[in-house]
Design a protein around this ligand. Structure first.
Ligand SMILES: Cc1ncc(COP(=O)(O)O)c(C=O)c1O
Length: 394
């Protein structure tokens, strides 16, 4: 049995995986971080569910989906995460869940402080700022040094916990959207616990490409989506609350359906995308059949390593994401050193090499170009990127 790293290099196998996705003619997409593709079979099933729910309308939904199927699907999701069904509630995206956790966190007292870093997703940052304003508590915003290391990331939090003893709640991003940096969540969460700081984990980019054990992470609250690396239809996410901590999150405003003891009372109200929910059993089955996050993540890391190992040697390129295998995933960002405006280079990558990438900005250290291969990319695509970076930076 080959290891995941060996399996990741099996171009024959992964070409067959890539062939399960229909691609629109056009640029080679190296911006798979926005949302993932569904396989052709998931698309086909999704379409069938749309047609079926449209024909059956509320009859199926009221008789079967609400009472039975939605609970079965939630149980399957919990099973995938290795947790219990009463710890998860489906939402429409990661932000839905994260915002609900932030606005309904009820354990803040006057004088408490909140913590965020410059790696947070803008809507999480905005929600934490909102919480501070609305509850009259102070928000502490820290920046990570650049470049980072495993130890520096943990130390930055450790220092913040020591310097601000009134910290009560923090946001933590598992995989940052700017550079794909993977945070040492378990170590940070352990330090946070020692200082009595609760963590709301933004797992938007983690599920499906990082092989983690949710219970072992030791975090009480989290929000995820299913549309990035799980390959589910758009409009699906979920929130997680450690059942022992349910009482620390109030039911969401407008909630009248579920008892206070039910985690579903914490999810924002609204009619869900039912046909999308109904595809989840197939999405989970395909995810498992591919070898789960361990195998998918290894393949994405391999595609990433193909270009990063070359780009590191190019004097004109700065690769922002570290090479410590604990700290990176398939997403990695770079900068052209000679170019003050990275967007210009994104345009040149597209017009001169047919490569689609995106700029990200907002860290304390300026903007960058994010490269995110997906499962429909091949080693050949990464070689083209290496050629482009070499020629454009030379
Ligand atoms: C780190 C991070 N958090 C949160 C989100 C928001 O996810 P969603 O679109 O599912 O709300 C994203 C989306 O790109 C993200 O990258």
């Amino acid at each position: 049995m080959p290891s995941n790293a060996e399996h990741a290099r099996d171009e024959h196998f992964w070409h067959a995986v890539a062939a399960r996705y229909d691609l629109e003619p056009g640029p080679i997409n190296l911006e798979n971080g926005y949302f993932g593709r569904m396989t052709r079979s998931v698309v086909a099933q999704y379409e069938r569910h749309i047609e079926f729910i449209n024909r059956s309308n509320s009859v199926h939904v009221r008789q079967r989906f609400e009472m039975i199927e939605s609970l079965e699907i939630r149980a399957q999701l919990a099973d995938l995460l290795g947790t219990s069904a009463d710890a998860v509630a489906l939402t429409r995206c990661a932000s839905d869940g994260l915002h609900a956790l932030i606005r309904n966190y009820n354990a803040l007292r006057p004088g408490d402080q909140l913590l965020v870093s410059d790696q947070e997703y803008p809507s999480v940052l905005g929600a934490m700022r909102w919480l501070a304003r609305n509850r009259g508590v102070e928000l502490i915003e820290i920046s990570h040094p650049c470049p980072v290391s495993f130890d520096s990331l943990v130390a930055t939090y450790q220092q913040a916990f020591e310097r601000y003893p009134r910290l009560k709640l923090m946001a933590l991003t598992y995989v940052t959207h700017r550079s794909g940096l993977v945070m040492p969540v378990q170590a940070i969460a352990a330090a946070a616990r020692e200082h009595g700081v609760d963590v709301i984990l933004d797992g938007a980019h983690a599920l499906g490409q990082i092989d983690f054990d949710l219970a072992a992470l030791g975090i009480p609250f989290a929000g995820f989506n299913l549309q990035k690396w799980m390959g589910a239809p758009l409009s699906l996410g979920f929130l997680y609350i450690d059942p022992k901590r349910l009482a620390d999150i109030d039911p969401d405003m407008g909630e009248e359906r579920y008892p206070v003891s039910d985690i579903r009372a914490r999810a924002p109200y609204g009619t869900p995308n039912i046909p999308a929910w109904m595809t989840l059993p197939l999405v989970f089955e395909e995810h498992r059949a591919l070898g789960g996050s361990a195998a998918k993540g290894a393949r994405l890391n391999y595609l990433r390593d193909l270009w990063v190992s070359e780009a590191r040697r190019m004097p004109g390129i700065e690769v922002l994401t570290p090479d410590d295998p604990r700290l990176y995933c398939g997403i990695t960002s770079l900068r052209f050193r000679h170019e003050p405006e990275q967007q210009r280079m994104v345009e040149r990558l597209l017009t001169e090499y047919n490569l689609f990438t995106v700029t990200r900005d907002g860290t304390a250290h300026g903007n960058c170009i994010r490269v995110t291969p997906g499962l429909a990319n091949t080693a050949q695509d990464m070689k083209l990127l290496v050629r482009a970076l070499g020629e454009l930076s030379g």
